[in-house]
Ligand binder design. Sequence first.
Ligand SMILES: Nc1nc2c(ncn2[C@@H]2O[C@H](COP(=O)(O)OP(=O)(O)OP(=O)(O)O)[C@@H](O)[C@H]2O)c(=O)[nH]1
Ligand SMILES: [Mg+2]
Length: 467
Amino acid sequence: MEAREYRLDDTIAALATGSAGAYRAIVRVSGRDAFRMLRALDPTSARRLRVPFPRVLDVALEVGLAAPVPAEAWVWRRPRSYTMENMVELHIPGAVPIARAVLDAVLRAGARLAAPGEFTFRAVIHGKMDLTEAEAIMSLTRARTPESMRIALEQLDGGLKRRMEMVREQIWNLLVEVEAALDFVEEDVPVVDRDRIFATIDSVLDDLRALSEQMRRRGMLRHGLRVVLTGRPNAGKSSLFNRLVRQQRAIVSPVPGTTRDYLQARVRFGNIEVELVDTPGLEDNPNREVDARAQELAKQVLRRATVVVHCVPADRPEELEFVPRLSEQDAEITERVVVITRSDLVERSTVELLAAQASERGWPVVVTSARTGTGLEQLEALVQERLVEGAAEGDVCTVETAARCRQIVERMMEALQAAYESTVMCQPEDIIAADLRAALDALYEITGALCSEDILAAIFSRFCIGK
Ligand SMILES: Nc1nc2c(ncn2[C@@H]2O[C@H](COP(=O)(O)OP(=O)(O)OP(=O)(O)O)[C@@H](O)[C@H]2O)c(=O)[nH]1
Ligand SMILES: [Mg+2]
């Protein structure tokens, strides 16, 4: 979607309800000619529209069908509407041909079909809401779980916006102070209070650090929840996979390197639905070309994991050494657990020793056996716990916003850090001011106040039509 498609001077219209038949449907119209379009469909509404604040009119719409369509017209005068423009919603019978005829009639009367998210785009441009609230509307229409809905509602209620506003105010006040010092540099005005700069930046950074951590956790969820089984060849991954999906999906054999492609299946762990993935065992020196390709594939899958389950066979404890160090970036967005497999093959004490070694390294551990079924429930519970942590209480931003804003928050933090250091080094005020401005610019990207139209268009094009 190109930015130029979101022109503001047209009157736009769209079906705001699903395109399938339903009891009622809503055609939404917004823009300077919205009322004229209603009059075009039902001339009798003209007189009634003159009343100061008519909210709902009973109308009969002439749309070229055998009989006029009985409808309610919900009317909002600018700026007291969703888009802050004149708006009409036509609440009509939900039959598909009727909805289509009404929308067509509105378009014939001169409206343009709205682009995805265009009503909300106008609301943002006109200052009715900021970008985080607009994104919450998108997240709300996509929410699949009560948790994601709660977060979307909170963000829609301005949760993130207020937090950003508080941060903005603190940085802004500092900037004013620093710039004042700049103006009076020749005169005998006391220089800025450095302790105040340190204290303010510290407190803002604390806040942003927490936010960035939240965004990291929320961002983890953006590919959906993927639990990936990995380990050395023959570690028992496929056996575990079959157990967890309760079907013989993967081939199991004592020959190392059995699994080549990866397999996935949707399973429920408690009340969370996840994509469980079985992968080829990781080898150091694959000798055949297909093996090398299988390795490449396995690594790709691992990079998109939400939770990585490292399988270490109880009878080959040395493979614990193989649990790979992830790159810092990967480690940040994945949770890891170690699963000891094939625990029925060795003494209990041996298993316990291995489990202890794994937890010493800071990994949560579960002992399992695909043969006897030991530990499967604990594994499900552990994975569930890791995932729920990914959506901790008090989170203020949706998955979509987290994915978009995390980098921006990091940039803000870097700019503030730089301002702090410049202050420590007694750098001139204009250098400190430039860093503070950079932090503010980043903040305005989060709220949308400083987004280019192209960026906004890219964001809104992911909305649905009619929103
Ligand atoms: N005794 C016992 N054997 C197991 C258990 N789990 C797996 N095995 C055996 O271990 C061997 C390897 O199992 P797989 O599930 O194919 O192992 P994998 O990790 O998928 O192996 P690759 O696909 O080659 O990487 C098979 O012979 C399984 O029967 C278990 O819990 N107990
Ligand atoms: Mg396998």
